[in-house]
Design a protein around this ligand. Structure first.
Ligand SMILES: Nc1ncnc2c1ncn2[C@@H]1O[C@H](COP(=O)(O)OP(=O)(O)OP(=O)(O)O)[C@@H](O)[C@H]1O
Ligand SMILES: [Mg+2]
Length: 334
């Protein structure tokens, strides 16, 4: 590219980039500013403020988790981005395009896999993909229908009626449809609900591959282990507000507690009273779990307390805090 090259010797020493410089100075993949949504009262149901004043910035290139309990507002947010739900106020940009000012460019920059399994039963997967490509104005010569169906493990179902597909296959067809226009952002609202373990693994393999090739991935899931393993950044939404937005390790570091798990030599019928202040819990499998904060507690003192309670230790393990602990701490009881 000749663009940017000048006669100035000092400047010319710096080679002009062949591609536009990635990331950093560019706008976020998705940015929400004071986004609010109130669903109007209808059918005897009162009005519902699903999003209060949501502020969120999802960086380009990230694998971003959007977590929150049922009804937190995750799908409302995603459906606003998809143009399926009208926001009440605030603004959203997708790949730098304001959804009000440049709705077409904004829509072309994002592929969304909705939570609802809304598949037209009268089209075959092949036809559904072609239709979707047509809607997005993808020229015939640039369509990759069979390639995408193959990647989603649906090539042998390309000509089957959609109504004969299983739930997991329908979900994979929705993922395939979201990719027809090759968008730089892929948003998946509960993509693995109802998908069996093996297919989940395959689905993630494929999505991780897309991410490795540069696609920004945004995902909601109730499988917290999945989010912990896949996402480099996580936002937790509760009651229509962002209550945390951090890198996954930072979020996990919020809980510095560990658990010490004891297998007693002889079974316990109850937690000894002397250990109740240690947050002791008797598990169904007979193990005794105690909360332990490495910064504050001394392991020797903890072990001495256990011995003093008359428990002989047959085995001992420690457990790190999991995303579930952080999630529960941030969302429960509020
Ligand atoms: N079309 C609608 N009309 C009225 N209220 C709605 C509508 N859609 C969602 N809501 C309400 O808005 C709130 C947020 O719902 P939303 O579907 O965004 O939550 P979510 O975080 O996606 O939950 P889940 O984890 O269950 O999918 C809920 O209280 C829900 O009942
Ligand atoms: Mg939802």
């Amino acid at each position: 590219m000749a663009q940017g090259i000048t006669d100035d010797a000092e400047v010319a020493e710096v080679p002009a980039p062949r591609e536009p410089a990635p990331n950093r100075s560019q706008p976020a993949a998705i940015e929400a500013t004071n986004l609010r949504k109130v669903y109007k009262a209808a059918n005897g149901q009162p009005a519902k403020e699903a999003l209060k004043s949501l502020n969120l910035s999802i960086p380009r290139g990230s694998f971003f988790g959007l977590l929150g309990p049922n009804g937190a507002g995750k799908s409302t947010f995603i459906n606003i981005l998809a143009g399926l739900v009208m926001k009440t106020s605030g603004s959203a940009t997708i790949w730098g395009f304001d959804t009000d000012v440049n709705p077409r460019q904004a829509r072309a920059s994002i592929g969304i896999v909705p939570q609802e399994l809304n598949i037209d039963p009268f089209f075959t997967p092949y036809e559904a993909m072609e239709l979707q490509a047509g809607l997005y104005g993808v020229p015939k010569s640039e369509r990759r229908t069979m390639e995408i169906l193959q990647a989603m493990g649906l090539d042998d179902k390309a000509d089957a009626y959609a109504r004969t597909l299983s739930g997991g296959m329908r979900r994979r067809l929705l993922v395939a449809k979201a990719m027809v226009h090759n968008p730089p952002i892929l948003v998946l609202d509960e993509p693995t609900a109802g998908v069996d373990i093996e297919l989940r693994r395959q689905l993630w393999e494929h999505i991780e591959e897309l991410h490795a090739r540069g696609t920004t991935v945004v995902l909601t899931t109730h499988y917290l282990e999945e989010a912990q393993a896949l996402c480099d950044q996580i936002a937790i939404i509760n009651h229509g507000e962002v209550v945390a937005c951090e890198s996954t390790p930072d979020l996990l570091a919020r809980i510095d507690e560990k658990r010490v798990v004891i297998r007693p030599a002889s079974p316990l019928s109850a937690v000894p009273a002397s250990l109740s202040s240690r947050g002791a819990l008797l598990r169904e499998n007979g193990e005794l779990a105690l909360v332990y904060n490495p910064d504050v507690d001394s392991m020797s003192a903890l072990l001495a307390d256990i011995t003093a309670a008359g428990i002989e230790i047959a085995d001992l393990t420690t457990e790190e805090a999991a995303l579930e602990d952080v999630f529960l701490q941030l969302t429960s009881g509020k």
